[in-house]
Design a binder for this molecule. Sequence first.
Ligand code: IMP
Ligand code: MG
Length: 180
Amino acid sequence: MNNNIDHVLITEEEIAAKVKEIAEQINKDYAGKEIICVCILKGAVIFFGNLVKNLNMPLSFDFMVVSSYESGTVSSGQLKIKKDLEQDISGKHVLIIEDILDTGNTLKKLKEELTLRNPASIKLCSLLDKPSRRTADIECDYTGFEIPDEFVVGYGLDFDEKYRHLPYIGVLKPECYTNN
Ligand code: IMP
Ligand code: MG
């Protein structure tokens, strides 16, 4: 295990089993349809790669980099699109794939933005969900694991751009936040 990890919250095996489970549900729900899978970079990249291998409908990939401005106290921050989709999604079924739903601000605004482009449908899939932190009114259509209010890294998720490569989801040692 990485020296800076206090404990593993979700093992590699547990994630692999869950990814297959989510993929089976997506395969059922979209049977006979073609979809565009949108990976939200960078955090979702490992989840995305493993999930799409288990999907069996015709599909294409697209990628976005987004962040939401959280200025001051009250939300109402705007969505900043740092990298936009390359495809026109109008009339298409869009599945947004994210690493974690935390406050929900980013995904709520992203869903609103993409809805303006008139897709046939738009659904959200997130590996992790921290429901206790939610401030925006949004839920995922597909969720891997609900986790407590702890900062986690690995399987794509970072702290200060590090730890994304770890094959499990782990909780950092407290000193790693202060020393870095
Ligand atoms: P929110 O749902 O708009 O609050 O933000 C979600 C984003 O915050 C995610 O895409 C992550 O990049 C980041 N994030 C939230 N919680 C964690 C965590 O526990 N570990 C790593 N990144 C996190
Ligand atoms: Mg992220």
